[in-house]
Design a protein around this ligand. Sequence first.
Ligand code: ADP
Length: 260
Amino acid sequence: TRRYSAHAPKGPSLDGVKDIIAVASGKGGVGKSTTAVNLAVALANACQLKVGLLDADIYGPSVPTMMNLQGKPEVSKDMKMIPVENHGVRCMSIGFLVDKDAPIVWRGPMVMSALEKMTRGVAWGDLDILVVDMPPGTGDAQLSISQRLQLSGALIVSTPQDIALIDARRGANMFRKVEVPILGLIENMSWFKCPHCGEKSYIFGDGGVQRTAKELDMKFLGEIPLELDIRSSSDEGNPIVLAAPNSGVAKAYTDVAEKL
Ligand code: ADP
């Protein structure tokens, strides 16, 4: 079995969980959750690992939709929440706990106590890997999650656009500050594949993330195109790695999962 803990200075912080890996981004809307969900499903299915997925994106939880899960988690005898499972992945999200239409207006300390409940208050069972869909950005919340969870490593998702790259750099620096090893950069929306003719256009620029990875001395883990099927399968709660397992995109995600 794979072990990431070898990289980690302290080792993971949840009983029974071998490794905790964050999927992070400098800003919202770059496809961080899509990446986290597809990697978790690939790790569980193609790589046959015991996988959990924590939706730490308190203000914009997408795991319930993307994993086609709803309803409240049951509570175990020792008063821990039992994660809700689909596609072979045990999931926890604030979306299971609060009403979808209720605006979440919590302040920092409440967010941290909610996250505490969603990590240590969950009966995860034995897991090879817990994938954490981080909140977007690189502020105090992200820093504090990284420290409390004693992450084994972090993946950074970025689009090729320059501005997103600047943010990805900031993210990289944040993880370095708390001594979390960066496992690599993933480029999302690398090109647009026309659903009619299949031709590629590099809408957000070409090769930007790969260049940055080189500059920052990080691994470049792969590139995922902007593709209609990725969005539609996410919206249907059937991630593309399962919806179209033989597609190039599914192979790209599985490749990243296998490289971890
Ligand atoms: P983030 O977590 O960074 O905010 P999401 O993963 O929620 O971003 O993605 C934002 C939107 O873009 C979603 O509707 C998602 O389905 C879509 N999306 C993400 N990556 C792709 C892609 N490679 N191709 C097409 N749509 C994508």
